[in-house]
Design a protein around this ligand. Structure first.
Ligand SMILES: Nc1ncnc2c1ncn2[C@@H]1O[C@H](COP(=O)(O)OP(=O)(O)OP(=O)(O)O)[C@@H](O)[C@H]1O
Ligand SMILES: [Mg+2]
Length: 278
């Protein structure tokens, strides 16, 4: 990432701008809630199972608000310096390099902390002053108090079904956000998504959705072998395999059944459900 030089480049985040409107189907009030939180100056926390459209919602909102999107994939090795920035040595000597959080705050982007619950609490504390009314980031290593650009927005997501879930976040972190619950859309809407994204007929997409709903019922029944049922992402993938010429049963086997787990009994039940559906 090149060092941003204010003035030398009028839009240092232009490569993070989304050119085309991302396809997004609102499952019910997500866009309205996101916009209200954003207008109120609040950071936004999206919570929901894997593959239900959290990232797509953020992409859509970045496009709609006309702001660049800087994404950080959180993990336990992420440090405060990774977010804020650090001094680097190169042929010209020492120079400061903004981290993604500082870059977004300086130039007015959406900073998206994906899987925030994976990050260590001490790394996240640096964003606290940015996530409340102060809207500032302390760059201690370079003695700078960076006041956030008006367009800066902090967005984070996590999956409540993962170990730890929200409890992995400090209350003082969690309570700075407006939280929006995300889930798989109603069958009609999910059918639209699978048909559009997978490029298949609605009638076929509807059968995939029905199959997914059965696997979700297994997941929510507390079956230890199945952590979560099939996601919208998996259905799109199955549809895409069919578009590539695979028979529906084969497509479901590779896109839905095998990725869901390894327990032989559970796999048998999923295969049987697939054969019933197709
Ligand atoms: N509401 C939606 N509108 C349009 N497409 C969607 C929607 N929900 C899911 N999809 C489709 O499902 C795919 C997965 O969605 P997305 O990447 O947003 O999931 P996610 O919730 O961010 O998952 P993860 O928690 O694993 O990152 C998208 O690439 C898109 O094809
Ligand atoms: Mg995502």
């Amino acid at each position: 990432m090149a060092e941003p030089r204010p003035g030398a480049d009028e839009d240092p985040l232009r490569s993070w701008r989304l050119g085309r409107e991302p396809y997004y189907v609102d499952p019910g009030g997500q866009i309205e809630a996101f916009e209200a939180a954003c207008a109120a100056g609040s950071p936004v926390l999206l919570k929901g199972p894997t593959g239900c459209g959290k990232t797509r919602l953020v992409e859509f909102m970045a496009w709609r608000l006309g702001r660049p999107l800087v994404t950080v994939a959180c993990n336990e090795d992420l440090t405060a310096s990774d977010l804020v920035g650090r001094w680097m040595i190169d042929a010209q000597g020492m120079r400061w390099r903004d981290g993604p959080l500082a870059l977004a705050a300086r130039f007015g982007a959406i900073c998206y902390l994906d899987e925030i619950a994976e990050a260590r609490a001490d790394a996240l504390v640096v964003m606290h002053p940015l996530a409340d009314t102060r809207r500032a980031l302390v760059l201690g290593a370079r003695n700078e108090l960076l006041r956030a650009h008006d367009d800066f927005l902090l967005v984070a997501s996590y999956n409540p079904q993962h170990a730890g879930g929200a409890q992995a976040l400090k209350a003082s972190t969690r309570q700075r956000f407006c939280a929006i619950a995300c889930d798989y859309p109603a069958p009609e809407l999910e059918t639209d998504i699978v048909s559009h994204e997978g490029g298949v007929e609605r009638s076929f997409a509807a059968r995939l959705v029905e199959l997914a709903r059965r696997t979700r019922a297994l997941g929510s029944a507390g079956d230890a072998a199945l952590e979560e049922g099939a996601s919208t992402r998996m259905l799109v993938r199955a549809a895409q395999l069919v578009r590539q010429g695979l028979a529906p049963r084969q497509a479901c086997l590779h896109a839905l059944v095998e990725p869901l787990g390894d327990d032989p009994e559970m796999l048998g039940a999923l295969r049987a459900a697939t054969e019933l559906a197709f």
